[in-house]
Ligand binder design. Structure first.
Ligand SMILES: [Zn+2]
Length: 64
C-alpha cells in the first residue's frame, strides 16, 4: 500500500523539481497526470511509474 496515495511522484521528488523554463515551483495534477507551472501556463506530463517528462516538446499549454 502506498504511503502517499495522493501523490503520483516518489516521495520528495516534487520538492526538488522545478520548471525547466522559469525555475519556478511546480504543482502536481492527478488527472491527467502532470506537473503544472502556473507561471509558464504549461503542464509537463507524468509518465507511467511517476517519472515527470520535463521537456519543452512534451509540455502542454494550460490555456488550450
Ligand atoms: Zn515555468
Amino acid at each position: 500500500m502506498a504511503e502517499h496515495p495522493d501523490s503520483l511522484l516518489p516521495e520528495g521528488l516534487l520538492e526538488i523539481m522545478q520548471c525547466p523554463r522559469c525555475a519556478g515551483v511546480l504543482k502536481e495534477r492527478a488527472a491527467p497526470p502532470a506537473l503544472l507551472c502556473e507561471q509558464c501556463r504549461l503542464a509537463y506530463p507524468i509518465a507511467d511509474g511517476g517519472i515527470p517528462v520535463m521537456l519543452d516538446d512534451a509540455a502542454v499549454s494550460l490555456d488550450d
